[in-house]
Write a protein that binds this ligand. Structure first.
Ligand code: 5AD
Length: 393
């Protein structure tokens, strides 16, 4: 459930509420607000994240009303009645299970310090060429405020390298303050930190975790992630899911020596981890890493992965990630969304830091004006009948 159009509460049973959007009923978990039937609220990823007054809700609903149905119609027109290709089949499943809603999350990359030395990653600790930055807590809060109040995002990813400088006290403060000042679904992407820390942040109101297992291939994992074991990562992801976090996980496509069978296993592991959102993307070699000379994967391999993931799990959210947009600047978003994907992320890191979060070179969107970028993405989404539901209007 990912509509960020305000919904009207039509039913309440314990902490599960029914929310109505232009006649469509969805369900969401309400853990934080005092809601009664007839109230208006925003939901994200299946959680109520903000209660709003009728006075605020009605004009937004009014501005969406006509567009909401028009977009659905455009989407339906692009659906093949008799799907022949894998992409068409995947697109039909996407529409059947998710309608035309496209979750658009904002991502704040707040530190490029990393204690890990992953062979594929440009911010690995041995990369001494990279200038490092840490955003102060105030800067992060300001970036969150801008994303939520100015750009109207309803879901925020807080991402960094594995950087213990942000200890429990700092992270608790951040989650608390963001919940107070910038109501949104808070998605933590902090790497393999202690389960106890994640437990504490869940208590403070964080409700989602983005943590990829990177590869299900044991040999590759051991080679490329020195000092870490796949087993521990997978275990942590499982425990986070059990605790109640919405889990976003996935893998890299095209690591050296990877076979088609590996991609299949990666999709299967993502699914076995009960991922609410699949997050995977092409590996893009970084010149200052040991994998600098790995050939790029083909666009079709990425599209096939999206479509196969959709066929395996019609209900999951599937992301077109930024590395795919980097691999195929002109077409990735559109073609990914037409091959089964239904979600994307937009970089809302303050511009002066963006280029230092150099996990791979020449990332799409870096240092573009974020408002222009949103405008262009919304235009593209509208052209294929998708409702960019986190951005509001
Ligand atoms: N190309 C693409 N994605 C990468 N990541 C790290 N390095 C690269 C690269 N060279 C991904 C990892 C990590 C996420 C934050 O970035 O999958 O989980």
């Amino acid at each position: 459930m990912c509509y960020a159009i305000p919904g009207r509460i039509t039913g309440i049973k314990d902490n599960i509420v029914s929310v109505e959007y232009f006649g469509e009923q969805k369900k969401a978990r309400n853990e934080f607000f005092d809601l009664k039937i007839g109230d208006y609220a925003y939901a994200q990823g299946g959680f109520i994240i903000q209660k709003i007054s009728e006075r605020e809700a009605l004009p937004v609903l009014e501005s969406w009303k006509e567009l909401f149905f028009k977009l659905q119609e455009i989407d339906s027109q692009l659906i093949q009645k008799d799907p022949k290709t894998l992409y068409q089949r995947a697109n039909n499943l996407r529409q059947k299970y998710h309608g035309n809603s496209c979750c658009t999350h904002g991502i704040i990359e707040f530190s490029n310090y990393c204690g890990m030395d992953c062979f594929y990653c440009g911010i690995r600790k041995s990369n001494s060429k990279l200038a490092r930055y840490r955003m102060s807590l105030d800067e992060i809060l300001e970036a969150a405020r801008f994303a939520v109040h100015k750009l109207r995002f309803k879901a925020l990813v807080l991402q960094s390298g594995e950087d213990p400088w942000y200890d429990e006290e700092k992270l608790v403060y951040l989650v608390k303050k963001i919940r107070q000042d910038s109501p949104s679904l808070i998605i933590l992407s902090l790497g393999e930190r202690d389960f106890g820390l994640y437990e504490r942040l869940y208590k403070e109101g964080a409700r989602s975790v983005l943590l990829r297992f990177e590869t299900a291939n044991l040999d590759l994992y051991a080679q490329l992630r020195p000092g870490r074991e796949l087993k521990n990562r997978v275990e942590l992801i499982g425990k986070l899911h059990k605790l109640g976090y919405l889990v976003m996980t996935g893998f890299l496509i095209g690591l050296p020596g990877e076979k088609e069978e590996d991609i299949k296993k990666n999709i299967e592991l993502t699914n076995a981890l009960a991922a609410d959102m699949f997050s995977f993307g092409p590996f893009i070699p970084h010149p200052d890493t040991p994998l600098a000379n790995t050939p790029l994967v083909h666009t079709e391999t990425v599209l096939n992965t999206i479509a196969n993931a959709r066929v395996l799990n019609p209900k999951a959210q599937i992301l077109v990630n930024t590395s795919f947009e980097t691999l195929d600047r002109a077409n990735a978003l559109r073609s990914g969304l037409m091959a089964g994907a239904n979600s994307l992320m937009i970089n809302v890191t303050p511009r002066k830091y963006q280029r230092f979060y150099d996990i791979y070179p020449e990332r799409a969107g870096v240092e573009e004006d974020v408002e222009m970028r949103i405008e262009n993405i919304v235009k593209l989404l509208r052209s294929i009948g998708r409702a960019p539901t986190d951005l509001g209007l």
